[in-house]
Write a protein that binds this ligand. Structure first.
Ligand code: PAF
Length: 287
């Protein structure tokens, strides 16, 4: 049985009882509309922790004024069924007023400098401050031993890891691989916005990432040229590319000539739906 709670006092009470019983606590923060990617997080959490709580909260602080906060899919009854099936112990479903009792304007914010202004942060100013703030609050509220995130949001996971290190928060993080549809399209709650044509166009995102990764593995190192090639491929498929960057995944900064551990980060619009994806790639060492 998945217990549902929606207030902070109820959350604290429930988790204090688990801790009193000596149980380790795993937290899976989500915005709901759960898909196979989320299920993989819960499954991993169940394997590692005695008590697993999933939070479902569409966080207004991480959406810009012209973004899709209002139309973001909210599917709580279906989500609860998914969590029951995944044997999740509890689900935390707070209202906005529960987490932001003083309103959004006056909310203290957590900001990871510089890195949160690159890539997705450049197109979505303030987005990562909203993410880090809510994630830090969820960590404080539930004090998990381990928290689980999907690596589709590679930059998000990197920034949360940096926040945890910088604030010396007492928990560990697990990043889980992206789960894909048969077409290669990364699972996302926003895929539900796509019509059949856009869904087809969107397959070019992973195909392009794989193509560029192959070229790098084959020794190509002109990263600006590869980025231009990728943007062209995304556009040719009918998408509106936002960015495509070859990034050093040890620093999250643009890759330089010595970078070997890379991640290709991209975002592109299919119609009005913004999709993100990434693949990691090791550059060959030149002798
Ligand atoms: O990845 C998400 O779904 C959200 O950004 C998160 C981490 C739950 C914070 O609202």
């Amino acid at each position: 049985m998945t217990v549902q709670i929606d207030t902070l006092p109820a959350l604290r009470l429930l988790l204090a009882e688990q801790r009193r019983q000596g149980k380790s606590i795993g937290l899976v923060p989500t915005m709901g509309n759960l898909h196979a990617g989320h299920v993989s997080l819960v499954t991993c959490a169940k394997a590692q922790c005695d008590f697993v709580i999933t939070s479902i909260f569409v966080n207004p602080l991480q959406f810009g004024p012209n973004e899709d906060y209002a139309r973001y899919p909210r599917t709580l009854p279906a989500d609860k069924t998914v969590l029951e099936t995944a044997d999740c112990d509890a689900v935390f479903t707070p209202a906005v007023a529960e987490l932001y009792p003083a309103g959004l304007e006056q909310q203290t914010r957590i900001s990871v400098p510089h890195l949160s202004t690159l890539y997705c942060g450049k197109s979505r100013p303030g987005h990562f401050d909203g993410v880090c703030t809510i994630v830090c609050k969820l960590f404080n509220m539930s004090q998990p031993d381990v928290a689980f995130f999907g690596l589709k949001d590679f930059q998000q996971f990197f920034l949360i890891s940096r926040m945890v290190a910088d604030l010396q928060l007492p928990l560990s993080l697990v990043g889980m691989p992206t789960i894909r549809e048969a077409s290669g399209l990364a699972m996302s709650s926003r895929n539900g916005f796509l019509n059949a044509d856009q869904r087809e166009q969107a397959t070019a995102i992973f195909a392009t990432l794989q193509h560029i990764a192959r070229l790098i593995r084959n020794g190509e190192r002109d990263f600006p040229q590869l980025e231009r090639l990728a943007l062209g491929q995304l556009a040719a498929a009918g998408l509106r590319p936002d960015y495509f960057h070859v990034v050093d995944r040890t620093s999250l900064l643009p890759a330089h000539s010595q970078s070997l551990e890379l991640v290709l980060l991209t975002a592109a619009y299919a119609g009005s739906t913004r999709l993100i994806d990434n693949v990691t790639v090791e550059a060959p060492v030149h002798g």
